[in-house]
Ligand binder design. Structure first.
Ligand SMILES: [Zn+2]
Length: 142
């Protein structure tokens, strides 16, 4: 299985230095660590709740994402911390065999935080072509 070694090397080159002070606090504190092929997902508790952080490698590049408010593009310290958590202890990530067909419904929680936002947005305009740009009413929470 050189799969995981390649993934490690890619992560290493993407986050070569030691984690910064902010990220270092989270290294090793991730829960629900899973790896599916060359994608890892884990959760960490930050200042405002638990975040789902993911890093995926493919096509010669690495993409990362986090559910925190600055982590959409994957540039937050949680992603850095996840990378270093993985590099320190790759074996702590439970391996999940990728399902050949659509795995929708298989991993409800993991997909819930990364999926719907973009999926909804793309399906919205086509289903309602009235042309009136109405703002979606924000959730009353907070
Ligand atoms: Zn984050």
């Amino acid at each position: 299985m050189s799969d995981i070694e390649t993934f490690e090397a890619v992560i290493q080159s993407r986050w070569p230095g030691p984690p910064g002070e902010k990220a270092a606090r989270y290294v090793g504190h991730f829960t629900d660590r899973t790896r599916t092929g060359s994608k890892i997902v884990a959760k960490v508790v930050g200042n405002h709740g638990a975040y789902t952080v993911s890093i995926a490698a493919g096509g010669g590049g690495v993409t990362s994402a986090c559910s925190c408010y600055i982590g959409k593009g994957g540039y937050c310290h949680h992603c850095v911390a996840l990378a270093h958590t993985f590099l320190r202890d790759p074996g702590s990530f439970r391996e999940i065999q990728p399902t050949p067909r659509e795995a929708v419904g298989g991993l409800p929680e993991l997909q819930a935080s990364t999926w719907p936002a973009s999926h909804w947005r793309s399906s919205w305009p086509s289903s309602r072509r009235t042309g009136s740009p109405r703002k979606r009413s924000p959730k009353a929470s907070g």
